[in-house]
Design a protein around this ligand. Structure first.
Ligand code: NBY
Length: 832
């Protein structure tokens, strides 16, 4: 039966009455046709519903754009190569406060809103924490009515889909645009030319200009981002690369040379084909640099266009006004090319001199660092940069030269440090551009993402710059949006919070959660809290059964570690702990086993396709699970499950159902972490090291409500030295766990290289660089404390409540408010 057979179509969008909404859904099913009209299954219902919601969003998007245009406030532009938006429907109707109306409307077609929302594909245009942070930030910017936009790339395929096969992880292209995305609006009038390659021309008056090479177009797609309970909706503008009809060689085509006829078209398609194309080859590196430049150039041309558009007299002159109207935030170094591109546009296109252009650029751009791992700090070959972006390379060389001259003339005492502080590393074997150094030298502000991380930046990575620019460095502890990460993903717990706080204002003022503390011993709250947790655990157990076929017991302790697989995050320590637990269970008498706290250990996360050890870890978790879960002696007390294809919507099911979550990175290596905040907010207790935002979470929730273990950040260097010098004595439990795996207890796969990475310098590993061996005994002890604590249900529920109660600080509303005031200098601009 078609939609129209059930409900009469009605074009009017912006109603909040369920009957009118149903009419509008029916209208979209018929007149925004993507499917033949006869069927109206769940998939068709999703698209028609999403299009109906999009009508609401568009109205707000247009109103907001016009309001910003008239008011002409200073506006922030967030440049990020990644956005991990996940699904949008539940979030959109939730933020617009029309969830009930849409649920009622869908009932008229015989559908539940939750089931229809489940039809949506995740928009996974990101890797992990950095990308999800960008998405949380957009939600908060809109909610706080801030004049701010996000810019990114419209990748054809997002982060790969992970399948677990016999050999371990397999990657499959993630077709998020199949069939299409109902949320994006293509802007055929927003197109900018983007040049690659070519050369620099010098005119008789000495002016330099980039010419030649090949020119593609950047075409804008807008994804409206609604704020929570506000009329404002901002934009996530994603660029797609296109070539024009003129680039299509009809002569060649008619001559049968089909591929060369459409060469530029196919090169345009490559640019936004995938997120993080492999960069092992020269071609791969070039493509990544193209992507970065494509984002920066399109966004800056658009920003300058809007700067001029908002006041007609800005067409010429007034460039000193630019930084009072525009703030550009670079999400890590991936958009660093915004710096030379803004310089180029100001000098070569707008005619400014160097000093003027530099002052404008410096006051406009700011940089967020997300890592101190040396291998993750971007360095681009000067040769590749010069070939692809010859004019930018000149500008970077000039920045480098002027920086050196400045240090020499003003800071004689720093002369010895210049080489390591420079933008260029002219090592003759491999001359590179150091992108982080360029950001620090050119930006007005540099921030880390948690107190500990920002201190490491100031005291170690960027210490030399601090002595030159003491006020340039700040901390902005990360945050998460409480809408998606509690209100919408955990409605049961949300209702309890609202009931006990007697207000739902916590959704946009998360500090109100502290009001739960005074009920932390209340037995009635305990009963409600435990019931909500159990309901979420059952939902989680169903997901696990659906995707893995493994049955898990909702009465066992749900212990979860979900994040990108990386050696510094130490999933290997987790699985060694599970192996040790399994071995002890096997050795126990049946009577002793009955005293053990039953546990379900869940691990999820994707390994980068070429990261061999990470893939071995995925395989090991799966292999351990296959043995443990089928061992009838012990599987009442322990299950080990690998959750495949971890993404935003899987997190929305797992986090509410978690009781213990692991954030166990080597201290000093995890810049912040943000899932730790999500877990704690959902009443999950953390076992963790003093790393990243764990430090602040522990302060907020109270040290009794956090299971701490492991070396401190300032011990790590010394411990590595000790290890090198043969001073490390491994704990027998650590040896036992490794030996058990080496013995073949979990199958025939060769885990030698992986386990050897935990030994001294064997040639395979880095001599246990991540200190798994050092931290293992205190980790096992902390896990034993967890087992004991879980036996006391009252104590555990209280810890859970106090975790939620202490999570107020970790709202991204707080983070974004601080960025707005302390870095961007922007203020709210609500649509009246
Ligand atoms: O950013 C993460 C940090 O590891 C995490 O601690 C922090 O909470 C989060 C938000 O601040 N970083 C991250 O996700 N980084 C990447 O995904 C990434 C992506 C690309 C490259 C390096 C890192 N790259 O070199 O291309």
């Amino acid at each position: 039966m078609s939609a129209a057979d059930k409900v009469k179509p009605a074009a009017s969008p912006a109603s909040e009455d369920p009957s009118a909404i149903a009419g509008n859904i029916s209208y979209h099913a018929q007149y925004s046709p993507h499917f033949s009209p006869l069927a109206f299954g769940p998939e068709q219902a999703f698209y028609a519903t999403a299009e109906s919601v999009r009508d609401h969003l568009l109205q707000r998007w247009n109103d907001t754009y016009l309001h910003f245009h008239k008011t002409d406030p200073k506006q922030t532009y967030y440049l990020s190569m990644e956005y991990l938006q996940g699904r949008a429907l539940t979030n959109a109707v939730g933020n617009l406060a029309i969830t009930g109306a849409y649920a009622d409307a869908l009932k008229k077609f015989g559908y539940e809103l939750e089931a229809i929302a489940g039809q949506e594909r995740d928009a996974a245009l990101g890797n992990g924490g950095l990308g999800r942070l960008a998405s949380c930030f957009l939600d908060s910017m809109a909610t706080l009515n801030l004049p701010s936009w996000g810019y990114g790339l419209r990748y054809r395929y997002g982060l790969f889909k992970q399948r677990i096969a016999k050999e371990g992880q397999e990657e499959i292209a993630e077709d998020w645009l199949d069939k299409f995305s109902p949320w994006e609006i293509v802007r055929h009038d927003v197109v900018y030319p983007i040049r690659f390659f070519g050369h620099v021309e010098i005119s008789p008056d000495g002016k330099r200009k980039w010419a030649g090479g090949e020119v593609l177009n950047a075409l804008a797609y807008d994804v409206p981002i609604p704020g929570y309970k506000t009329k404002n909706a901002i934009s996530l503008r994603l660029w797609d690369a296109t070539a024009t009809a003129e680039d299509f060689n009809l002569f060649q085509f008619n001559d049968g040379q089909y591929e060369s006829a459409a060469q530029l078209h196919s090169r345009a398609q490559q640019i936004c084909a995938v997120l993080y194309p492999g960069d092992a080859t020269e071609e791969g590196k070039l493509l990544r640099l193209k992507q970065q430049y494509f984002l920066c150039s399109a966004s800056l041309q658009d920003i300058i266009f809007r700067f001029k558009e908002r006041k007609a007299d800005r067409v010429s002159g007034k460039w000193s006004e630019f930084p009072s109207k525009v703030a550009v935030q670079m999400n890590d170094t991936h958009p660093t090319l915004a710096i030379p591109e803004l310089m180029r546009l100001l000098m070569d296109v707008e005619g400014l001199g160097w000093d003027e252009a530099w002052a404008v650029t410096n006051k406009t751009v700011a940089y967020t660092n997300h890592t101190v791992l040396p291998e993750a700090l971007e360095k681009w070959s000067q040769a590749v940069m010069r070939k692809l972006l010859p004019r930018h390379m000149e500008i970077i060389e000039e920045i480098d030269k002027r920086f050196r001259e400045m240090v020499i003339s003003t800071r004689k005492d720093m002369e010895g440090k210049i080489e390591s502080m420079r933008v260029l590393d002219n090592n003759p074997e491999k001359p590179v551009v150091r992108m982080a150094n360029l950001c620090v030298v050119a930006g007005h502000t540099v921030n880390g993402v948690a107190e500990l991380h920002s201190n490491i930046l100031k005291q170690e990575l960027f210490a030399d710059y601090v002595s030159i620019w003491p006020n340039k460095f700040q901390n902005k502890t990360n945050g998460i949006t409480p809408r998606r990460w509690l209100r919408f993903c955990n409605p049961e717990l949300s209702e309890i919070v609202t009931k006990w706080l007697k207000t739902d204002q916590w959704t946009s003022n998360l500090d109100l959660l502290t009001g739960l503390r005074k009920f932390a011993d209340d037995e009635k709250l305990h009963a409600e809290w435990a019931a909500a947790k159990l309901a979420s655990k059952k939902r989680l157990a169903k997901h696990v059964l659906d995707v893995t076929g493994v049955t898990i017991d909702p009465d066992s302790l749900f212990d979860i570690q979900i994040k990108r697989i990386h050696e510094y995050k130490r999933q290997l320590m987790n699985i060694l702990g599970a192996v040790y637990r399994y071995k002890k269970l096997k050795e126990m008498s049946a009577a002793d086993r009955q005293k053990v706290t039953p546990r379900t250990v869940m691990v999820g996360g994707k390994a980068f396709a070429t990261y061999t050890n990470a893939k071995r870890i995925v395989k090991l978790v799966n292999d351990v699970g296959a043995v443990v879960n089928n061992d009838a002696d012990v599987n009442k007390y322990l299950k080990v499950v690998f959750i495949p294809n971890y993404n935003v919507s899987v997190a929305e099911v797992l986090i509410p159902g978690s009781e213990l979550s692991q954030h166990i990175s080597t201290a000093g290596m995890e810049a912040s972490g943000t899932s730790n905040m999500k877990f704690s907010l959902n009443g999950c207790v953390i076992i963790g090291t003093l790393d990243g935002a764990n430090v602040e979470i522990r302060e907020e929730v109270g040290q009794d409500n956090f299971f701490l273990f492991g070396a401190k950040a300032d011990q790590v260097a010394g411990l590595r030295k000790d290890r090198e010098n043969g001073l490390f004595k491994p704990d027998p439990r650590f040896e036992e766990a490794k030996q058990f795996i080496r013995s073949g207890a979990f199958g025939t796969y060769d885990y030698t290289p992986l386990l050897d990475s935990l030994e001294g310098n064997t040639g395979f590993g880095r001599g246990d660089y991540f200190l798994v061996g050092y931290d293992f005994p205190s980790y096992i002890d902390a896990q034993a404390r967890v087992d004991e604590a879980y036996k006391d249900k009252k104590k555990w529920v209280k810890m859970s409540i106090l975790n939620t109660a202490g999570s107020g600080k970790f709202s991204s509303d707080r983070t974004i408010d601080q960025y707005a005031k302390e870095i961007w200098g922007i203020s709210a601009c609500p649509v009246p």
